[in-house]
Design a protein around this ligand. Structure first.
Ligand code: MLT
Length: 236
């Protein structure tokens, strides 16, 4: 049976994929990155470190090859895996993510956020990210669940991930070399990694299929799980 490894985004946990467990015919592996979803934090970490942690998790499970599905920061990590361990990649699913690094301004903002989190905890990050995750039409219970998932992130985990994302390298050179079949999914109303990012990746990855999901913001897999799961089932 094929394995899909679901790599979560920031500041979230593997719980964001709870609606993907119903996708049949595949084995799901859903790790929590250090400092998220109740796991112990580690610091400092680079995106390459996160990628190696995901690969080591597969090693301990005896899984050699898998489909890597990365959401947002998880997509940045999946693109590291495409660079450092392409032989382990059966297929790739990039969900509301991008290949380009932070702009200077975005990087500066990350370091300011690290200091705010150090002083005050993660509440300001949760408050600023939540409105971008789901559209304004999303039901209250869905928004509450996302807040709950975000609140399971530790201060140290959030600070380490912010630094890793700020320092991430440009993965543009990786895209044309990806030989694994690739599915790119984006919420049509994603304000963080908008459809233009997904279109650019789809035009550069040799064997890529793009699916835009109407009525979804950043967390397209969570807000429109049925449409998202159909796209993944068709792909696998
Ligand atoms: C995420 O959802 O993982 C983050 O929004 C990614 C980022 O901040 O670049």
């Amino acid at each position: 049976m094929k394995t899909i490894v679901w790599i979560h985004g920031f500041p979230l946990s593997s719980a964001i994929f709870e609606k993907q467990r119903t996708i049949e015919g595949v084995r799901h592996v859903m790790p929590d990155l250090p400092g998220f979803g109740g796991t112990a934090p580690r610091s400092p970490l680079t995106l390459d470190d996160y990628a190696r942690i995901v690969l080591e998790d597969l090693d301990t499970r005896g899984i050699d090859r898998a489909t890597f599905a990365g959401f947002s920061m998880g997509g940045y990590i999946a693109l590291v895996i495409a660079r450092i361990a392409p032989e382990r990649m059966d297929a790739l699913i990039l969900i509301d993510t991008r290949e380009t690094p932070d702009t200077d301004e975005a990087r500066k903002g990350r370091y300011e956020t690290i200091e705010k989190v150090r002083a005050e905890g993660i509440a300001s990050v949760v408050d600023s990210m939540l409105p971008k995750m789901l559209t304004a039409n999303a039901p209250k219970e869905m928004r509450d669940r996302v807040r709950e998932i975000m609140n399971s992130s530790s201060r140290e985990g959030v600070m380490a991930a912010l630094q890793a994302m700020a320092e991430r390298r440009d993965a543009s050179d990786v895209l044309p070399k990806i030989t694994a079949p690739t599915l790119i999914v984006v919420g049509a109303d994603d304000p963080i990694t908008p459809p233009a990012d997904a279109e650019r990746m789809a035009a550069t990855i040799p064997n890529a299929k793009l699916v835009k999901i109407a009525g979804a913001a950043h967390m397209s897999n969570f807000e429109k799980a049925e449409e998202f799961n159909r796209a993944v089932s068709d792909f696998v």
